[in-house]
Design a protein around this ligand. Sequence first.
Ligand code: NAP
Ligand code: GLV
Length: 321
Amino acid sequence: MTKGALALLIHGGTDNWSPQRWKARFNDVCSDRPVVLLPDAGLDPADVHYAAVWKPVPGELAGFPNLRVIFNLGAGVDALMADKTLPSVPLVRVAVDDLTQRMTEYVVLHVLMHHRQELYLRESQRAKRWAPKYQWPAAAIGVGILGLGTLGIDAAEVLKRIGFQVAGWSRSEKQVQGIETFHGAAQLNTFLARTDILVSLLPLTPDTRGILDRKMFAQLRRSSPLGAPAMINAGRGGLQNEADILACLDDGTLGAVSLDVFGQEPLPADSPFWTHPKVVLTPHNAADTDADAISRYVAEQIGAFEAGGALRNLVDRVRGY
Ligand code: NAP
Ligand code: GLV
């Protein structure tokens, strides 16, 4: 008997999200079942048992009466959560070492960039100015990670090894060896008050939308050895109030920011972030989803599910992540 089809709905728009590239990978790892790139006029929607998706158009997943599982091809599911017609089947997100390690590379790179005063040093180089500033040891710097999940914990552990004073903030209480942990709204102020470099690895949910705002930045450690605190957002653009970030950079509430994600992507050409001297900007590629690693992950999960096993990394639809 032919196995149920895996339908691919991929609307990423960048090279990494080339639908044909993903189709080729899934053909290899799911060679025992039809893999169909949508739209496909010849497909009977009743044949589709699984969907692997990135930014599907709202409503696109509603037309498959025998759908069993939806696999989101990234860690963040905010685009799916916005689809009010999303079928109520299990929804699996990405949590794999490949993606986690890529994000840790990004976080470590940017924390070190702010800690080691790279913006100032590059500016000095361009001006041919030989004017070193005192370089604090990592142990003098408090790094605070908003979101102590799959990505936050890994980054925290590597930063701790480098010597930073690392703390993390999550929704529920957590214990992570060597990391100071805080949770919930009641402990947020204390967490912020000891933080010189704030790293956001939160999911975008109704509770976290706009959380990176002036009120939060003003509570970061004012006596930061860096002069003013820095902020790094690699979660989602919807977490940040972009007008507040610009105003806080301009009045010194923030010293510098690294932004990988934006409210509107691609970032419009007239955005002031492109040219702001205190902004380090990347085009939402802090942690690319690798087609080899993630197609294998999805194929393994389908295999385990069909053998009667449990799906891993299920999204809680009530929490929204
Ligand atoms: P995760 O494992 O689900 O972890 C999310 C963390 O955020 C958890 O610690 C969770 O707390 C915490 N959290 C959620 N809502 C909160 C709230 N209201 N208050 C306090 N803490 C809250 O997710 P992940 O795999 O680490 O990924 C995090 C996000 O990174 C994704 O959702 C995605 O948006 C983003 N991302 C970006 C890129 C990129 O390239 N820029 C790549 C991958 C992922 P609990 O532990 O208590 O649940
Ligand atoms: C990328 O942004 C992801 O959510 O994996």
